[in-house]
Write a protein that binds this ligand. Structure first.
Ligand code: PAF
Length: 283
């Protein structure tokens, strides 16, 4: 496995691979890798000759008071896991290299509307930070295909829109959320949970499943369903930021009869912010 810190050296290496007709898959991450990330790598290995994984805790997507400083950094362990999984290339740049003039002076890529909804409403500037770094990484790596987890479904939709609007020559592939046996979506932030919070956390997915079952069974009052589920979660100790049924196409409020919808949730459990979603395709 080749490890690069320097973008120029990475580019040269990938140019050589492309010259050898290799197809390249890309998995951007912020490190602290878990089975969800590794499943993206495995999908990449199925679809391409070489998988490039970036590990970069992107300061531009963290707001004031968020967990940039405490975000878990486990580079040595990440590299071991990637080596074992068979990834060919790892890119671990520094913030000073990617943002040489600082964060405020860097050109931004912003996707309107989709990025202003849900998480975007609570985390001002978050998605601009994500689209800016993903655009930059895609330009550096120049992959044929880039893989993202559906756990961050809003992020995936925002990135798809960016790639389409800017005619970027890459296929964006969403991969199903990787869940623990009890249903909790894997996330680096799960490590912040105390044992009792960890035991409670799967209630989020159980709520989504309950709403999904009701909708598939014909319920049409999405607002009421979501409000009742949010109330139950609040009683159990969660602080629900949002729990809403939205159209996947544009994240507007889902209406009865819509085909492609998802239930989105963000909730605080103590100091930990958890997000999840359930897609419901009613064709
Ligand atoms: O999903 C993530 O880990 C990050 O938002 C990403 C896509 C790597 C950009 O920093």
């Amino acid at each position: 496995m080749e490890i690069f810190k320097n973008p120029k050296a990475l580019r040269q290496h990938l140019m050589d691979r492309r010259a050898n007709q290799e197809k390249i898959a890309f998995v951007p991450t912020m490190g602290n890798l878990h089975a969800g990330h590794l499943s993206l790598v495995r999908h990449g290995l199925e679809k391409a000759d070489a998988v490039v994984v970036s590990i970069f805790v992107n300061p531009l997507q963290f707001g004031a008071g968020e967990d940039l400083e405490s975000y878990p950094r486990t580079l040595d362990d990440d590299i071991k896991q990637l080596e074992a999984e068979g990834a060919q290339v790892v890119f671990t740049p520094d913030a000073d290299t990617l943002y040489p003039d600082g964060l405020t002076q860097h050109t931004k890529v912003a996707v309107p509307e989709l990025a202003d909804n849900l998480c975007g409403q609570r985390r001002a500037g978050h998605f601009d930070g994500v689209t800016t770094i993903v655009c930059k990484l895609l330009n550096l790596v120049h992959p044929d295909i880039a893989l993202f987890g559906e756990k961050d479904l809003q992020q995936l939709l925002v990135i798809r829109k960016m790639v389409e609007d800017l005619a970027m020559p890459v296929q964006i592939k969403g991969i199903a959320t990787y869940r623990a046996e009890d249903g909790l979506a894997l996330s680096s932030r799960n490590g912040y949970l105390s044992p009792s919070q960890r035991a409670l956390a799967p209630e989020i997915y159980r709520s989504l499943l309950g709403i999904g079952e009701a909708i598939r069974g014909g319920a049409t009052d999405f607002l009421q369903l979501c409000r009742a589920a949010a109330d139950r979660l609040e009683q159990q100790g969660f602080e629900v930021e949002y729990l809403e049924a939205r159209r996947c196409q544009d994240l507007s409020a889902a209406q009865p009869g819509d085909k492609d919808i998802a239930i989105f949730i963000a909730a605080m459990l103590g100091e930990t912010r958890l997000i999840d979603n359930l897609q419901i395709n009613r064709y």
